[in-house]
Design a protein around this ligand. Structure first.
Ligand code: ATR
Length: 275
């Protein structure tokens, strides 16, 4: 019986088991999917054991292990290589582990399919330049945003992300201190970990244009402060990252089971679960 799991630390509040079980039910698949709590120093060992001794076929990987998962894989998809982290590991028939990153594609599909946004022609602002931000920067760029402005508290990290994409006419950086005078945006994505850390961001209202869509990659308590800012700033829409979570999970599910789940009922179920 193939085994599936999500690795993280902590992991007890992960919604991945619920999501994958709901997908499996859509196809009548009896799924073995568990949480594996692995501290950083034993993560690589736990992954090896899971795939080599416990029948592991696929794993989701969440904080703080995404960079380690990327590093230990035998092969890496282009999306994972762009980002340098992995949120999905799959075991091939020959035993080799493949690292995938489906986070950015998950965000783009949530924006375009669920929230009906046409990204082409949008001027996007990305706040943050850590692992989460790298994943979505590439995907937003590839989805065709007109411009992508990356702003990070430490400016060097933003420059590294922009330089890696290497399209200075469309992707550039600004200083955090200048957020008040860089104009307004149609799409503002919060990819900082401030909310998760219980810190609030002080952002100028002027950033949100009249048709602004504001999106926090987090959900629940960690998204609260940014989404409250977005509403106060008069944004047209303020979304949390639950849709992205379901969409990135759908990509993992398809990699493992070769079936495309219907994400909408699961998204609705999670919204009720979180509320
Ligand atoms: P993740 O995996 O969630 O992306 P990360 O790689 O540690 O986590 O990145 C955290 C990001 O949130 C960074 O861009 C960080 O900015 P710095 O590079 O300047 O540290 C950003 N961040 C965290 N707390 C923040 C705060 N209070 N204000 C602004 N940015 C913050």
């Amino acid at each position: 019986h193939p085994q599936f799991a999500v690795f993280g630390h902590p992991i007890s509040h992960s919604l991945s088991p619920l999501i994958h079980q709901a997908f499996a039910q859509q196809f009548g698949i009896a799924l073995d999917y568990r949480t594996i709590d692995a501290p950083a120093d034993t993560f690589a060992e736990a992954v090896k054991r899971f795939f080599e001794q416990e029948g592991g076929r696929g794993a989701n990987v969440t904080l703080p292990h995404k960079a380690a998962a990327y590093a230990l894989a035998d092969e890496r998809t282009q999306a994972a290589t762009h980002v340098g982290t992995a949120n999905v590991l799959t075991r091939q028939a020959d035993g080799r582990l493949v690292a995938h990153n489906t986070d950015g594609a998950g965000l783009v599909r949530d924006l375009t399919d669920r929230h009906d946004l046409d990204l082409r022609g949008h001027d996007a602002l990305l706040l943050g330049a850590g692992g989460a931000a790298r994943a979505v920067a590439w995907s937003l760029f590839e989805a065709g945003v007109q411009t992508l402005t990356i702003v990070n508290r430490s400016p060097q990290a933003a420059d590294v992300v922009a330089d890696a994409i290497g399209e200075p006419a469309r992707v550039h950086t600004r200083y955090w201190e200048d957020l008040g005078n860089i104009g307004c945006f149609d799409l503002i994505v919060n990819a900082t970990s401030a909310g998760t850390l219980g810190q609030s961001l002080t952002l100028p209202f002027a950033l949100a244009g009249a048709r602004a869509v504001c999106y926090d990659l987090g959900y629940g308590k960690s998204a609260f402060s940014f989404l409250a800012w977005a509403r106060a700033a008069g944004a047209l829409h303020a979304y949390d990252g639950l849709g992205m979570l379901v969409e990135q999970a759908a990509d993992a599910f398809e990699l493992w089971h070769h079936k495309r789940p219907d994400t909408e009922p699961v998204y609705q179920q999670l919204k009720a679960h979180i509320a």
